[in-house]
Write a protein that binds this ligand. Sequence first.
Ligand code: PEP
Ligand code: MG
Length: 581
Amino acid sequence: MKIFNGISASSGIVIGKVFLYLDDNLKVPKYSIEQEAIESEMARFHLAVEKVAEDLKVIQLQSSNMRMEEESRFLDSHMLMLSDPEFINQIKINLGNYKRNIEWVLLMTVKHLIRTLKKAESPYLVERTVDIYDVTQRIHRHLMFNEKISLAAIENEVIVVTHNLMPSDTASMNRNMVKGIVMNAGGKTSHTAILARSFGIPSVLGLTNITDKARSGDIIIVDGNTGTAILDPDEDTLAKYKKRAQKWLLHVEQLNKLDKLSSVTIDGQRVILRANIELPEEVEQVLSHGADGIGLFRSEFLFLKPSGFSSEEDQYNAYTYVIKKVKDNGGVTIRTLDVGGDKIIPDFETTDDKNPLLGWRAIRFCLDRKDIFKVQMRALLRASVHGDLRIMFPMISGVEELEDALAFLEETKQELRDEGISFDENIRIGIMIEVPSAALTCDILAKKVDFFSIGTNDLVQYTIAVDRGNENIAYLYKYFHPAVLRLLKMVIDNAHSAGIPVAMCGEMAGDPLASVVLLGMGLDSFSMSSGVIPAVKEVLRSVSLNEAEELVEKIMQMSSTQLIENYVSEWMNERFDNITE
Ligand code: PEP
Ligand code: MG
């Protein structure tokens, strides 16, 4: 049994079989084996070699059909290597000597072989090393069950164990079969974490090296509540977690009963709780949790699917679907394309930005690529006639950028008028406050828009200079940092002085512990993964606005994150049992 402690990214407890999903750059796992396991390791090797031989035959057939004789000749040398008795014998000897797993032994054997070939100083033999690497990689893929299976094609219930997932992987995976996600990389507000929470999939991230230890088919426990993953659990642990998993399900059932109740504090303050979505199909779940509409639709996920860019018609249909669904339930705020940084569009040209998170992303990308922005703007405006739509720009860093975006919006509106296409002439426009420069100039920005929505995921990252997806510095990523709290308070106060409402759609809004602080600061609406709405509602229904304001007054005087965190946790513990579990 091996226990791994990481970051609790999406709550819930699940027990299942590992599906090791590795990319080609990943390290080959290394672990010791017993003498008795040598035979079965060798059998795994032979099986993988057989599969590679089958793959090569198929490729060879295709190549000869297309008269690619040259290509076919290389494949011949690959086939020869697979059946070379000397090579196979060497693997066997090394397996006995090292007593390590076959993936690692294969790698060592190949490295030795290549060193020898290079010493021969024959250009022909040096060229052959490329073939050897190629065939080795093919065998490794089969050994690690890493055939080019996409997460969309998973057919059995599994726990995905991986180094990192691209947003496109997560968005397109088979959500009925992926029961848990465990990753080496990632932080609480990385996009895998956000999606996992939206899909209600328990996840533990930031485990550094679990892919070195896990093998496909191993039993694993994922405890997303505490951020623990347990590989090959012993009987007692398994039994303990089975009970915990059941208890958790009961707890969720209880919480879900709050779906029908309104979110009102004990002194009668109505609090607006909205949902964040990434994909249109999530809207059903939003409605079932009784959300007051959608506070953030991350439109970029329409673009992150393997098929790439989304046409005006496809976007119009997706937006219209969502707008109609929440027409009488609080409407929807759709954020314009927020690509770049860690959200890369598949197959699209990328820049070699040294610092992607500070680079060509979000509104900067859109104002540069007006062809793409125009398509989205037209789709949004056209869809606005179907209900209550608010448009929001991400990553605004100053007033000039906002003016450019607003001018572009006006230009598109005029274009539609000229074409005789109708849209909502009074559509509300807002911006995300997620860059410190925007927070610090929010009094100026507030005069030009209808609402703000605070994106704490990025605001915390840029204020404390801590990459939100980097597990090594996750300990620094804290929204109770006094600098962050001061910015939040300032944004809320300035927006209210200018007469506009402030929402929050960063993950902080969905943290029950933080929700009381935000209530006390005067936040107008909260937007979060729909699955956490009941937990936040439970807390907000049990406190008064008055005491939340007093709490804020107290913590705004405190000097450190730790003091604030401790104070808020104790404050909550006095009122609730297990609120942080
Ligand atoms: C944020 O930054 O808080 C936010 C909601 O946007 P995203 O997580 O998509 O960057
Ligand atoms: Mg953001």
